[in-house]
Write a protein that binds this ligand. Sequence first.
Ligand code: GAL
Length: 816
Amino acid sequence: MQRLKTSILLVAIIFLAGCQANQPKNSKDLFDFGWKFTKGEAIGAENPNFIDQGWQDVDLPHDWSIEGPFSKENASFSRGAWLPAGKCAYRKSFEIKKNQKDKRFVIYFEGAYRNSEVWINGNFLGTRPLGYASFHYDMTPYINFGGNNTLTVKLDNSAQPGSRWYTGTGIYRHVHLITTDKLYVPVWGNYIVTNDCSAKEATIKIETEIKNDYNEEKSIIVRQTAFDSNSNEVSSIETKENLAAGESKINKSTLKVKNPLLWNPTTPNLYRIKTELIVNGNVAYAENTKTGIRKIEFDATNGFFLNGKNIKLKGVCLHHDGGPLGAAVYARTTERQLEILREMGCNAVRTAHNPFSEEFMNICDSMGFFVMSEMFDEWEKVKEPATTQNGEKIRIPVNYYADIFKKWADKDLTDFVLRDRNHPSVIMWSIGNEIDQMRRPEGAPIGKRLADIVHKLDYRPVTNGVHGYGWGVWPDSTAAATSDIYGYNYIKDDGFIKERKLQPNTMAIVTEHESAQSFYPRGTYLYGDDKKAWWDKLAYEHKDAYEWVEGRDIRGESGMDAWKWVKNRPYVMGMFIWTGFDYLGEVIPFGWPARSSSFAPIDLCGFPKDGFFFYQSQWTDQPMVHIFPHWNLEGHEGETVTVYAYTNCDEVELFQDGKSLGKQKNDTKGVEYQSWDAVYQAGELKAISYINGNQVAEKTVKTAGAPAKILISTRKTEMTANSQDLIYVECTVVDKDGNLVPKADNKIEFSIDGPAVIAGVGNGNNMSHEPFQANYRNAFNGKCLAIIKSTNTAGEIIITAKSVDLESANISLSSK
Ligand code: GAL
């Protein structure tokens, strides 16, 4: 709870002044509420006199594509989750007081998908094609002081399919109104480098851009002060500057911090740097920037080091969507995703394959995650990903970025680095994912140009997720050498060997691997006729799908191999699995009706699949054991069924109905799972794991009876009454004894008593076409989810989950 408040407020406090008497009135106010919205062209909507009566009232973040419906006719195709996309417009009216005439007003968008055009009071402010870019405009010359102002935003996401994955459509990230003095630090103008540190002392180098929009010269004192997380001042320095009218300068100063509390994954200590511009003893401008003091180092022999300690990156790639919420993700969505990933043992995220939200970076800072922040999925060449239509595998070019690369890439990349270079969580920048031009010499000058842009702005290394190693087409060596760290996508063992011979002194990371922990949806185990029936019912459209899915067998062996290759090679910094969570779109190898991917060890709603426990067995130390499949294999009595276990202990023993089926060693260098053949009959399976012969963990799976009741669980019960906080209400259908009913699909209806609304529902079934915005959901393999959102009213909230024939359940929550 406290952490959530912190993360939501973090952005807002950056510009907030302290409470001393002569503090300036800078602010960075959330500008998310009270917008008007329409789909379509909205001709003339930029005109201040335009009548927007009849437009819908919306609050941001807002993604209208996620409202659906799913349709085979939608041009977004399986790549875009079969959801609608197109043109739309937003308007917002606001007043600026007459007495604010001496202020400066900036409108800041964290992201609007896509091709945004923005006007204030009919004056065009600018356009931004990339929907993931954060951008801002100075509105000051056009402000109507003492009267009404109208902001108009038009978006165009009609060129479909627009991406290889689901993008969403709308102003799907936060908007802020920034108000400052005319003497100020421009947006992203502060650069704070904390990498020169030890446990004894940190030298913090600060470069601050300062700008004077007054018509007269200003003599300024720039004061930089470091505060620890308890707001104790730990260091301060003042420097002097003279700025002529209209002039801007970079001010440089250095702070020393004695015995700093270093940032790391277990204790992600944060500091706050307060930057003040002081004129004649008065603070004209102040801003606070959160940062962490930590040292990152990279080595071609031993990999990655944090504060002198060697750390293997146990990473996942994530796409930006939040499952049932689409692209309109709130802080809590990210925070919950990272909580679940941490339970799996993950310590790093690759932001595949585009800039993520500022909020995401803030949360990674405060939770202690490492981030590989990635910019491009296309350079100059359009991607034509494989997809399916009416049973045929075809390649359709996506209207993503290639056509604007020449014009926008340098600006987008520059802004991307400027925005996030103060985050301790960011450890490297990626300038590409599977860029085809990297296979040819033409990739070299582009790679060099992009890497140079990053190096000019920041000290962190550049990587690039390149594929092809060992697939016959080796990337161009000059192009590959433009990155500091070689990023390998889907490299295999022999590829590593060959690469190391060719490039013995390069730094290496596995930017992406696996794509196959589990293709069957969570909790789906199919045998004999059941398997045939499943495939028949699916009426899948991809002719190769069956082989593909079956080829990656139930144990997810390709993931096991990838991790084995990485963990035994000290020079490889770590790996990022594809993906941490299932995401919308890119349904390969399936076609319609699939509408979300199924590569990940965690489903679209955050429910773990078996693969989650595989990584837990590899990436965590707390003794655990997991077994599968479930034990409701009605119709298969008397048949032999293989039971699998994942454990991080020395040995594991499986018992069927109390009888041991044998103890097996956990050979972490070779086999990464254990298996036993059991003859199926209703009853109980129990796995016990041992360390040094002592029993340390166990897991029981029982044959469940008929669905009898609903169990509700949440990770928290309190939220902030700010219309943006969430509680994820997880429902499990159980039998009368409380055992999960593994195939239950009961329809569950949710009702709310109190100040909250349902933001979305889901169940992790990647084939479901039920709407994400509803007050009901069918359970899928025994589970479903309702995402509850706060309003701006505080109070007690009762959530009730009901279903015909089941004992209902409720939970008390509160909003404060
Ligand atoms: C990779 C690609 C990812 C995703 C994945 C699916 O090659 O980088 O974006 O498409 O394949 O398997």
